[in-house]
Design a binder for this molecule. Structure first.
Ligand code: FAD
Ligand code: DLZ
Length: 511
């Protein structure tokens, strides 16, 4: 008998560790453990999603005749750690060995590598074949390159998978249609609301459990609307392809008041916990283009997010961990402002992103990158505090995908391994891409004075603070040239305002 532990983000029948499962002989082990619910105080919707998906997946396996040992959170014998539960199951069931799938997080891999010693059994850790790029191939691609640009990786992945290819050429004769994907949302365009999922009895039970055990975690369960089974996730995919994909490209970077989801897919939670495979999503999108139901700029832009960015950040994470997490290239030292938890900054874009995050455990890419991420970058918030926040607040957050996006892309803590320049922007960017500024108490056109938009003085303070560091970066030439031409009095006033503002909302963390 082989014991086959399946983790909460591995709720997939396509798992490598289940490929040769013999239902007459083997046992699948699934465990709800406090350590996973609290290693950071996850948003209640993330915990509910994972526990509900696990319970539904266990029921599906049993429906296929598989024996599942399921340890519930309230089980009095529960030791509340993976290692403790694997050891306990091994003592109880006396398997000949353990077969599992590579986990998503470094700390869990370290734990898994200790299972052999904990159980005195052979442990086989198989590649997570749900991803389209295996870790060895990524390592080979990375080689000894100094900079690992996503765009080149993405082209390799298009060639390797044949997605959106005509022979060895990209369809539409271009690899990337990003330039066509940068429109703000006109007032008359109303994005279709996301599909609704009614929580069933299993999910309701999990809600009660989460309310009982995690009442103080940031966020609420009330608006929970995540697929918790593969069938629901496939319905969400169909809904996206039919109703939103067509305009995904045009409004991918837009933000709008009262429009939390725009034309986004809302599929990361399902993909990340195993309910959908990235390949099936990309193929559904490509199929819509080939059938003439969605334009190429939308489909290419969407496929790039999954086949490109998602695979790339995962490869980068495993290539560079654990040292990656320790990098702090910009020597950021400030504390995360309280308004990341309580939406009372007065900045309409920040408060909208935090409110939405608290209520739905979701914000789309541009809110994460150009609002909360951009603020943290400009303000010089310590990477540990920024990473901890992102890992806590989103239902799709796992370190393999959160860390490169935050550390590398949003706050440039990796010094440019991932992004060739920091994604720093003043209020003008937010004004161009959203309607927040029109209703904001701050004035997006002002850089100094009581009503000045903080993004403006923070931006110029950031550019001035790091001018020497970026002096030889051609992609920073424009802001640095503007800085040099700036009236010294104006710059000094902005920097003074920035310092006073930051000392109030984000004091330096003691070393
Ligand atoms: P869509 O905008 O519809 O995109 C489609 C899919 O593409 C997503 O479902 C996702 O799987 C993939 N994708 C898009 N961008 C990225 C990216 N940069 N990295 C990896 N996958 C991507 N994504 C997570 O899954 N978990 C995280 O913890 C996470 N943290 C982020 C933190 C920051 C600072 C930033 C800038 C981005 C982060 N992302 C994260 C990426 C992205 O914001 C989310 O995947 C996306 O918002 C999920 O919503 P969606 O499914 O509607 O995505
Ligand atoms: C996120 C999560 C939570 C909240 N709870 C559990 C759990 O009780 N049992 C489990 O197997 N997995 C859980 N997970 C997902 C794990 O944290 C995830 O498998 C690791 O972070 C590795 O990616």
């Amino acid at each position: 008998m082989i014991l086959r532990p399946v983790l909460g983000d591995q709720c997939s029948h396509a798992l490598a560790s289940l490929a040769d499962l013999d239902p007459a002989r083997d046992v699948v082990l699934m465990v709800e453990v406090m350590r996973e619910c609290t290693y950071v105080p996850h948003h209640p919707q993330k915990i509910a999603l994972i526990l509900s998906a696990m319970r539904h997946f266990a029921a599906e396996l049993r429906g296929r005749g598989v024996r599942v040992e399921y340890v519930a959170l309230d089980d009095p014998a529960n030791t509340h750690s993976f290692r403790g539960e694997v050891r306990r199951a091994a003592e109880r069931l006396r398997p000949a060995g353990i077969v599992c799938t590579h986990p998503g997080e470094f700390r869990v891999l370290e734990d898994m590598q200790g299972w052999e010693e904990a159980t005195a059994l052979p442990v086989e850790i198989r590649e997570d074949t749900r991803f389209l790029c295996d870790l060895q191939s990524f390592r080979r691609w990375a080689g000894d390159k100094k900079q690992l640009r996503m765009e080149f990786f993405y082209r390799e992945m298009r060639r390797k998978t044949g997605l959106l290819m005509e022979g060895d050429q990209p369809v539409g004769a271009k690899w990337n249609f990003d330039a066509e994907n940068r429109s703000a949302l006109p007032a008359e365009v109303l994005p279709p609301p996301p599909m609704r999922f009614v929580p069933d009895a299993t999910t309701q039970e999990v809600f009660a459990l989460v309310r009982k055990h995690f009442p103080h975690h940031f966020g609420t369960l009330d608006a929970f609307n995540w697929p918790v089974t593969a069938d629901e996730a496939r319905a969400a995919l169909r809904d996206f392809v039919e109703r939103r994909l067509e305009r995904f490209g045009d409004f991918q970077d837009a933000m709008a008041e009262g429009q939390a989801t725009l034309f986004h897919a809302l599929l990361s939670t399902s993909m990340n916990c195993g309910l959908l495979l990235p390949r099936e999503i990309c193929e559904a999108a490509e199929g819509a283009w080939r059938a003439g139901r969605a334009p190429l700029n939308a489909v290419e832009g969407f496929v790039r997010q999954i086949l490109g960015w998602r695979e790339y950040v995962r490869g980068l994470y495993w290539l560079r961990m654990p040292r990656y997490r320790e990098l702090n290239a910009l020597e950021a030292r400030r504390a995360l402002p309280e308004f990341y938890w309580e939406p009372n900054s007065g900045m309409r874009c920040m408060d909208a992103a935090v409110t939405q995050t608290r209520d739905t455990a979701y914000a789309h890419h541009i809110q994460r990158l150009m609002v909360t991420g951009n603020f943290a970058l400009l303000a010089g918030i310590h990477p540990d505090q920024v990473n901890a926040w992102y890992l806590v607040v989103y239902a799709d957050a796992y370190e393999w995908v959160e860390l490169p996006n935050v550390h590398g892309m949003a706050i440039h803590a990796d010094g440019g391994i991932m992004a060739s320049k920091p994604y720093a922007a003043s209020g003008a960017y937010i004004n161009r891409m959203s309607d927040h500024c029109r209703k904001c108490a701050f004035d997006v056109k002002a850089s100094v004075g009581e009503r000045a938009c903080p993004f403006n003085h923070l931006y110029w303070d950031f550019i001035a603070r790091h001018a020497a560091r970026f002096a030889n970066n051609p992609r920073m030439a424009m802001p640095l040239a503007t800085l040099r031409k700036m009236d010294p009095g104006k710059l000094a006033a902005m920097r003074a305002q920035s310092a006073a503002f930051l000392d109030r909302v984000a004091p330096e963390v003691p070393a």
